[in-house]
Design a protein around this ligand. Structure first.
Ligand SMILES: CSCCC(=O)C(=O)COP(=O)(O)O
Ligand SMILES: [Zn+2]
Length: 221
């Protein structure tokens, strides 16, 4: 399977994810093949990491293109882009599908296994969300209001991943829930998205700071 030439949406998306994944890996947020990344290619397709790859050492051969499902549909559609048929998409593709289908203008979805998000999810499971209380860093989520009241929702980590995706899909079917560009999966890790890969990366890093801040401060309420 030949990798599309340089300076195509496919090659640019792959190169961006290789670079961003390496950065997250160095932080310790993608250890042991954990996490997955995707970038939109056009109106109807995105490029996603193949399942089980070393996210610290991704190569251009570790991605495959998928078609975006319609809202509420379970997506698992191959794409018109050339894709090695032996590659298996991320086991969590359906969560990426729900985010692309429900949130208008999403250009990238990044999922990391960052430890403080897991600590906070255990502590705050009974509340259903974690309060993000560092007012200055909340600006990194694109929220600039004074005294923002920001909480990131926590979803159950069902063994059946499509069941997680169905709950994320239901949550995002309400546009009022689009203000926070992320969801946390209990004792697992979080998803963050943005209109571009740059913005998705900024949101991943901002959530990492905010979860650690919340945990270190012991601020669970
Ligand atoms: C040790 S990682 C377990 C699976 C997971 O949660 C994950 O994020 C990676 O799954 P993928 O199929 O995308 O490699
Ligand atoms: Zn995961």
């Amino acid at each position: 399977m030949s990798y599309p030439m340089h300076d195509t949406p496919y090659s640019t998306a792959a190169e961006t994810m290789i670079r961003d994944a390496h950065c997250f890996y160095e932080h310790g947020w993608l250890l042991g093949t954990s996490g997955n990344l995707s970038v939109r290619l056009d109106d109807t397709n995105f490029l996603i990491t193949a399942s089980g790859r070393d996210k610290g050492r991704l190569t251009p051969d570790d991605f495959l293109a998928r078609e975006i499902a319609r809202p509420g549909e379970r997506g698992a559609n191959s794409s018109a882009y050339p894709t090695d048929p032996s590659l298996k998409p991320s086991a969590e593709e359906c969560i990426h599908q729900a985010i692309y289908a429900r949130v208008p203008g999403v250009g990238a979805v990044y999922h990391v296994h960052e430890p403080y998000s897991a600590f906070c999810s255990e502590r705050d499971a009974n509340l259903g969300s974690t309060r993000m209380s560092s007012a200055e860093m909340i600006k990194g989520l694109g929220i600039w209001e004074a005294n923002p009241r920001v909480r990131i929702p926590i979803f159950a980590n069902h063994a059946d991943v499509p069941a997680i995706a169905a709950e994320v899909d239901a949550h995002l079917s309400d546009p009022a829930n689009h203000k926070i560009p992320g969801v946390n999966i209990r004792n697992h890790g979080y998803y963050a998205w943005g209109s571009t890969p740059f913005e998705a990366k900024r949101h991943v890093e901002t959530f990492a700071y905010l979860f650690r801040y919340s945990w270190e401060l012991g601020n669970g309420a």
